[in-house]
Write a protein that binds this ligand. Structure first.
Ligand code: MG
Length: 115
C-alpha cells in the first residue's frame, strides 16, 4: 500500500489511514538512517535541534500550501501538501518519542543539550 492520499477511499477509516501514513514515514526515517543518509532520527537529537527540524518541515507545509493555492509558482499538488503534513506529524511524533527515551535514560539521551 502507498501513503498517497488518493488510495484512501470514501468510507475508509480516515484517522487510521493517516496514522498508518505517519507510522510509515517514521519507518522511512529509520530506513534512511540505516542506509547512512541520516546520522540520526529526530527522536535522538537535542530538543533545540529537533525543534528546528520540525520548523523546517512546517515550512515545507507552508510552501506546499502556497503553491497549491497559486500564491507561488511551484509545481506542487495536494498530494505533496498531504505528504508534508504527514512528515510534520512524523517528526513531532519522533520528538515526543525522544522525551520518553530521555525519561527512561536521562544520561543516554541528548534532549537537554544546547547544540
Ligand atoms: Mg518535508
Amino acid at each position: 500500500m502507498t501513503t498517497h492520499p488518493d488510495v484512501c477511499r470514501p468510507g475508509e477509516n480516515l484517522p487510521a489511514f493517516v496514522l498508518w501514513c505517519i507510522d510509515s514515514e517514521r519507518k522511512r526515517q529509520h530506513a534512511l538512517k540505516a542506509e547512512g543518509r541520516f546520522k540520526y532520527t529526530p527522536s535522538e537529537v537535542p530538543a533545540v535541534r529537533g525543534s528546528a527540524m520540525l520548523s523546517e518541515e512546517n515550512g515545507e507545509v507552508a510552501r506546499a500550501a502556497l503553491a497549491i493555492s497559486g500564491f507561488v509558482q511551484e509545481d506542487l499538488t495536494p498530494a505533496d501538501y498531504f505528504k508534508e503534513c504527514v512528515q510534520v506529524a512524523a517528526v513531532a511524533m519522533a520528538l515526543a518519542e525522544g522525551v520518553i527515551l530521555f525519561n527512561q535514560n536521562p544520561g543516554g539521551h541528548p534532549l537537554l543539550e544546547a547544540s
